[in-house]
Design a protein around this ligand. Sequence first.
Ligand code: ADP
Length: 534
Amino acid sequence: MTQNIDDLAARPPAERELAEARRILACIVESSDDAIISTTLDGVITSWNRSAGRIFGYAAEEMIGRPVSLLYLPDHRSEIEILERIRRGERVDHYETVRRHKNGQVVFVSLTVSPILDEAGQVIGSSKIARDITETKRLREQEQLAQAESRAERRFRKLLEAAPDAILEVDADGRIVLLNEQAEKMFGYSREELLGFNVEMLVPAAMRSGHASHRAAYTSDPQTRPMGTGLELKAQRKDRTLFPVEISLSPNRTEDGLRVIALVRDISERKQSENRLLAVRELFTAELAAKNEQLESRNREVEKANRLKSEFLASMSHELRTPLHTILGFSELLTEEVEGPLNPKQKRFLGHILQDSRHLLDLINEVLDLSKIESGRLELQLEPFDFASCIEEVVSAIRQQSETKSIRLENRNTFRGLLNADRLRVKEVLYNLLSNAIKFTPEEGHVWVESLAQNDFLQVAVCDTGIGIPPEEHEAVFEKFYQVGDTTRGVREGTGLGLSITKSLIELHGGTIWLESQPAQGSRFSFTLPLAKP
Ligand code: ADP
């Protein structure tokens, strides 16, 4: 602000006083450290003090009469708002904002804007006091940054101390330059006993000499990697005891040169549980091997016993069958009375001999069959054969038994094709089922066999109107030596092996056998056998 103060003395006293006051005011404004600027309501600059020149880089001559918006940065929405407030006669205090210096740099300022009123109290312009706070702001930011850094460092330090692993930093000469609390605990040294000392003091004495060269090798190719891959690493405590460790190394390039950070993990517990696990496993393996050995020897014994049993049964059945055939043969001869007539008593006795000998022969044959089936030595002679003729043979062989009991025996088979099966064994199956049917059907009853070809199988059913079997016994009748208690009372004369052998024979052929029956309502034994492929 410049003011012509010439001829001051020539003015009237009141005017003189006013001029004096203006001069003092101008001095104050000029000497202020803050930029003091006044503008019209349209923002045209009307005064500009020296500090304004210093802060914004423009001289008063450059700025007076020009718009204050020259100092604005592109986004100056808030300036418009301030202007609005001034127009309403309000004052804005210490408003922090940015302005542009003549050289283009951003200046941070704290603004106090007040309205200028005319004598009538009308707002005619504004005065702005701008304080340059760029430096303050920078210092404040620096301080905040420093605080944040030290906070982060403190946090990082805590992290380092709380780590479950020992962390050591070692310089190029192998000296420990940094360590955490866990390192003290793990190795049993205090911080003072470790700092500045060679890291080799933590290496087992026997390995120390090699360690220095390992360190040198690492320094020549420093990478983050585990130490001594594949080796069982050990570390040494202050009390000279050793413990297993896992170490991972990473390089740390600092202003003081290359340093190596070593992360040391005590794996004693892990090793212990590994060892325990190993011991348990070894124990189990040993036990298992012993058990296996036992089992194998028992298996061998069983096999041997089985073989002996089969051999015994085979030789015994041979030994038994030969004299039995002699008994049967001669008894039959005698009944034919070729060698002379027999009296009725003799005939009756001979009848008993014949009946029991046949029964004994059946029993021997069945036991032999069963022992063969059980030892897996029964081999089927599979061949295509005509089922109709096979069933006819069985029915005629058994007819005499049915006639003795006045049972109507009927062959209702309509199947004329070929089966792929063991003909003799199929006859055995049919014979077993038919003789059971006759055996367990009272006199004047009815026994028949029927068949139905379905898909690849022939389904055969042997039916009777006999005593029947309660449903809860349907499965058991196929078990070895099983005979239905009450129902067979009075007619029991078998071995309880027939159905068990029959079932095995059917299953050996790939077929199935099942029973439908109710007490006193007869039985229906059904089974399937494979058809011969055309
Ligand atoms: P076994 O006839 O020699 O006693 P099976 O194994 O052939 O032996 O038969 C076992 C039992 O099943 C018989 O004792 C009998 O109780 C019962 N059973 C078998 N077939 C019939 C049938 N058709 N009717 C009633 N019960 C039967």
